[in-house]
Design a protein around this ligand. Structure first.
Ligand code: DP6
Length: 357
C-alpha cells in the first residue's frame, strides 16, 4: 500500500463518537530497536490478548474557537495531564495522514481492564484504541474504505503512537516489520499472521505474574534508543529474523519444544541487550530469576509445555496450551504462591481482535 492510500477524503466538520476496545499483545519475537519515524530494526510477532484491554471513547467535534483545546484526555473519568505529552506527540505525528484532525476537538475517555500500576505496558492497547476511533471516524464519510483498508490504516496510525500498538489490531497472531520470511510483511503496519497455525495454539493461555507494580525504570522508547549504538545490534537484528523463521515453522507444525526454546531465548536476549547497553539496565528482580528456575524444573519434571516470556520489566508471562491450564494453575498454587504469597496474577488467553462497542 503506498503512502497516498493512507489519506482519505477530508472529513472536516464531521461530529462523531467512536468507542473501541483494543487488547494488549505479548511479543514472542521482540521488537527492540527502531530507526526514523517508528521503523522497527527487526520483525516481531505477537499473540493478541483478550482480557487485558483498553476501552476508549472519542467524541470528535469541530473546533469553534481558537481557544478550544485540541483534545482532553481522561483515564477512568479523571483528567490525566501526565499523558498529554504522549498523546499530543501522537496526534501531531499522524496529522499528515488525517489532516482534518486539526480542525476538531477530541474528547478522549479511556479505561484499562488491568490496573494501571500492574506493570503491564498499556501503550499498545491505548494507542491502538485511539487509532481505531480515529480511523472509524474517518470512514464515516469514506464509505469506500474496506475492512482490510480500515485495519491497515489503523495499524499504520497506531504504529506512529507506539510500535507494539500496530500489532494490537490483529488476533490471534500479528507480525510487524519487513522480513524475507513473510512476503506481505511491512515496516509501516502490522499484518495478521495468515500462515498455518497448529491447533495446539488455539486459545493459548497467558498468565501474567506481577512481580513489581512500580513504573518501569526506563521507558521502552528510551530502551529502543539504546540499540542505536549497541555493540551487538547487527547480530541481534539478524538473529531476530532467524528466530522469526523458526517460530513461523513451529507455529505451523505445532513443534512446541522449538516454540519454547525460541520464546524463552527472545525474552532472555531482550534483557541481555539491556544489560549490555550503555548505560546498562537490569530490569529483572530476584523473584523473576527464581520463578524462571521454577518453570524450568517444573517443565523438566512434569513434561508440561509451560514457558515464559518477559517484557522490558520484571513481570513474567507464562505461556501454555489450554489443555494444560489446570496443571499450570496447580503449579502456580503449589509452587509459586507458596514461596511468593503476595504475588498477583492475571489469567488471560489469546484473543481474536479489537471490538467496536
Ligand atoms: C519489549 O512499542 O512500547 O515490549 O514504539 O517506543 O512505544 P515504542 O515502544 P514499545 O516497545 C515494546 C517493546 C517490547 C517488545 C515488543 O512488544 O515487541
Amino acid at each position: 500500500m503506498n503512502q497516498e492510500k493512507f489519506i482519505f477524503k477530508n472529513n472536516e466538520g464531521i461530529s462523531y463518537t467512536s468507542f473501541w476496545e483494543a487488547p494488549s499483545n505479548i511479543a514472542l519475537i521482540k521488537y527492540w530497536g527502531k530507526k526514523g519515524n517508528q521503523i522497527p530494526s527487526n520483525p516481531s510477532i505477537s499473540f493478541l490478548l483478550s482480557k487485558c484491554f483498553t476501552r476508549t471513547k472519542i467524541n470528535f467535534s469541530p473546533i469553534n474557537s481558537k481557544k478550544d483545546p485540541w483534545f482532553t484526555f481522561k483515564l477512568d473519568g479523571k483528567i490525566k495531564l501526565d499523558f498529554y505529552k504522549k498523546i499530543e506527540t501522537f496526534l501531531e505525528n499522524i496529522l499528515p495522514y488525517v489532516p482534518s484532525l486539526k480542525m476538531h476537538n477530541l474528547m478522549i475517555d479511556s479505561s484499562n481492564s488491568f490496573p494501571h500500576s500492574s506493570g503491564i505496558a498499556s501503550s499498545a492497547s491505548s494507542m491502538a484504541a485511539i487509532a481505531l476511533c480515529i480511523t472509524d471516524w474517518e470512514r464515516q464519510i469514506n464509505s469506500e474504505m474496506t475492512e482490510e483498508t480500515f485495519k491497515i490504516k489503523t495499524s499504520f496510525l497506531a504504529r506512529l503512537g507506539s510500535g507494539s500498538a500496530s500489532r494490537s489490531i490483529y488476533g490471534p497472531i500479528a507480525s510487524w516489520g519487513k522480513t524475507s520470511h513473510l512476503k506481505e510483511s511491512s515496516d509501516r503496519y502490522a499484518i495478521p499472521f495468515k500462515q498455518k497455525i497448529d491447533k495446539i495454539f488455539d486459545g493459548f493461555c497467558n498468565t501474567i505474574i506481577i512481580i513489581d507494580e512500580a513504573k518501569k525504570e526506563i521507558s521502552s522508547t528510551e530502551g529502543h534508543r539504546l540499540m542505536n549504538d549497541h555493540p551487538f545490534a547487527k547480530k541481534r537484528f539478524y538473529q531476530a529474523n532467524q528466530n522469526f523463521f523458526e517460530i513461523k515453522n513451529s507455529l505451523a507444525t505445532g513443534d512446541i519444544e522449538k516454540f519454547i526454546q525460541i520464546v524463552e531465548s527472545e525474552a532472555l536476549t531482550l534483557h541481555a541487550l539491556m544489560m549490555t547497553s550503555s548505560p546498562p539496565y537490569k530490569l529483572f528482580k530476584p523473584e523473576t530469576i527464581e520463578i524462571i528456575e521454577l518453570i524450568k524444573n517444573y517443565r523438566e519434571n512434569s513434561k508440561t509445555p509451560l514457558c515464559f516470556t518477559l517484557d522490558a520489566g520484571p513481570n513474567i508471562h507464562f505461556l501454555y496450551p489450554k489443555a494444560f491450564r489446570k496443571d499450570v494453575l496447580d503449579f502456580i498454587d503449589n509452587e509459586i504462591i507458596k514461596i511468593f504469597p503476595s504475588i498477583k496474577f492475571i489469567h488471560d488467553q489469546v484473543g481474536n481482535g479489537p471490538k467496536k462497542i
